[in-house]
Design a protein around this ligand. Structure first.
Ligand SMILES: NC(=O)c1ccc[n+]([C@@H]2O[C@H](COP(=O)([O-])OP(=O)(O)OC[C@H]3O[C@@H](n4cnc5c(N)ncnc54)[C@H](O)[C@@H]3O)[C@@H](O)[C@H]2O)c1
Length: 460
């Protein structure tokens, strides 16, 4: 099928490349000319494991194009995905201005040659499906080519929320737990079923970077109305964020009563009704989705005069959890002012360069405010952090040992694989002090103590 994906960020780019890999003819559109130029050159503007290789395969097969020309791409497409950002406004409400701009442009660009499906993949508040429809219609009003034609004959709107995780986005796209399709128009659902058929039936040859999991034979498709599809996305993210905040709250109680959260989670997670995932205690969640989506759901609920107490607590616990690293530094170092603290990891989680709402930023900001000298090392995100947050006076190190040099204390903020296998003796020798705050509980406590560290984990 002929597909247009608008927005080449973490979601749009991965979606576009994976659909092209499945055999569709895809054009990815962005207003950012630099990104499009890079992509035409075969280079991914984001770090996502395996994406460069997949991009090369699709470009070789001539199934993937990149463009800044939305009107021309809309005209040649059967299905148009909106995958632009919906970042939070200071109020917590989702900023829908990017979706608005794209939806009206699509309306201005449609022509009468075929009926198209406009699919919203951006995470938008409940009710936005109808709003997108209204915006496309608004765009149509200044579209002379379609003058006098019925809008319903020209397009239908669907919601297809995205659940991929940065860092494993390709495998998540090819082997998802489910595909959610929301629409009131049967044509829209049929077109999307056709588009996803190779994925649903798993008839494609897996790419080199994402082997098919053993026994994975089909993907469940949930077809529903627009509002429920939009709510599924918010509810899923809110539940996962709540699960982590819950584990962190239990960890904080564990510390006080002398229990070990690692042991507790092992025992709790074996309960099939609960499961072990998203129960890791640490310095809290971050990233572009959890905070934004939970805040947006709180905002939606309040708009309807409902006070969402669990969601509010999820956010509050997480806010305080990040600063537990600082609290532990205070408990062990006593004076923070003038001390050198090394942060291991900046990205909000391993295997991504994404710094949006990363706990490391909150921790660095607080330590700098308290007069500490802050050093940081991230295997991927150093340069992005330097460029995106010039006001944060962090000293960037090129590797673990140069990070450790002169440090009074080191904090593991992101659980990159590399940090799970540190040569603790050499790290300790390079340091000035002996404190290690294991903010993700990835080290062996005993080993750390044998390497002469004063070890502090979370909830243990
Ligand atoms: N990042 C994730 O892990 C993730 C997962 C699931 C859902 N989502 C949702 O998907 C959406 C996209 O997220 P993202 O992380 O990919 O965003 P992003 O910020 O990485 O990318 C958005 C892209 O849209 C482009 N854009 C903005 N306005 C445009 C316009 N008028 N025309 C063309 N392109 C335009 C930007 O230049 C940018 O490249 C959001 O609603 C997000 O909540 C994200």
């Amino acid at each position: 099928m002929q597909v247009c994906v608008v927005g080449t960020g973490y979601v749009g780019l991965v979606t576009g490349i994976c659909l092209a890999y499945l055999g569709h003819s895809v054009t990815c559109v962005d207003i950012d000319e630099r990104k499009i130029a890079m992509l035409k050159d075969g280079k991914s503007p984001i770090y996502e494991p395996g994406l460069d290789g997949l991009l090369a395969i699709c470009q070789q097969r001539e199934l993937l194009n990149f463009s800044t020309d939305l009107p021309a791409t809309v005209k040649q497409s059967e299905i148009i995905f909106i995958a632009v950002g919906t970042p939070p406004l200071p109020s917590g409400r989702a900023n829908l201005s990017y979706v608005e701009a794209v939806a009206t442009s699509i309306g201005r660009s449609l022509d009468p040659t075929r009926r198209r499906v406009v699919v919203n993949k951006s995470t938008v508040p409940v009710g936005s499906g109808n709003w997108v429809e209204a915006l496309v219609k608004e765009g149509l009003r200044s579209n002379e080519e379609c003058a006098g034609l019925k809008p319903d004959d020209l397009f239908a709107v669907a919601s297809n929320p995205e659940f991929l995780r940065e860092g494993s986005a390709i495998a998540d796209t090819f082997y998802p737990d489910r595909i959610v399709l929301g629409a009131s128009d049967s044509f829209a659902i049929e077109q999307l079923r056709e588009l996803y058929k190779p994925l649903v039936e798993q008839t494609f040859t897996p790419p080199p970077s994402a082997a098919r999991p053993a026994g994975f034979t089909a993907v469940p498709v949930v077809t529903t109305d627009l509002a429920s599809a939009e709510m599924i996305k918010y509810a899923a993210n809110a539940f996962l964020a709540t699960k982590i905040s819950f584990a962190n709250e239990v960890a904080n109680i564990c510390e006080r009563v002398g229990a070990d959260i690692q042991e507790v989670v092992r025992g709790v997670g074996l309960d099939n009704r609960i499961g072990p995932r998203f129960l890791n205690a640490g310095l809290g969640w971050g990233g572009s989705c959890f905070g934004k989506d939970v805040s947006a759901l709180v905002d939606i609920a309040r708009e309807y005069s409902y006070e969402p107490q669990i969601l509010r607590a999820t956010v509050d616990v997480n806010r305080e959890q990040r600063l537990i690293a600082v609290q532990k530094l205070q408990e062990t170092l006593k004076i923070i002012k003038g001390k050198t603290i090394g942060l291991l990891g900046l990205a909000f989680k391993p295997n991504t360069d994404d710094l949006r709402d990363a706990p490391a930023l909150t921790i660095a900001e607080k330590l700098l405010e308290m007069g500490a000298r802050v050093k940081a090392y991230d295997p991927i995100a150093n340069e992005d952090c330097r460029q995106q947050y010039p006001a944060l006076k962090i000293e960037y190190a090129d590797n673990v040992l140069s990070l450790a040099t002169d440090c009074d204390a080191v904090v593991i903020v992101t659980e990159w694989e590399e940090f799970q296998h540190l040569d603790l003796k050499r790290v300790r020798e390079a340091m000035n002090g002996k404190i290690i705050i294991d903010g993700r509980n990835v080290l062996d406590r005993q080993e750390a103590r044998e390497a002469d560290f004063k070890y502090r984990g979370i909830g243990r």
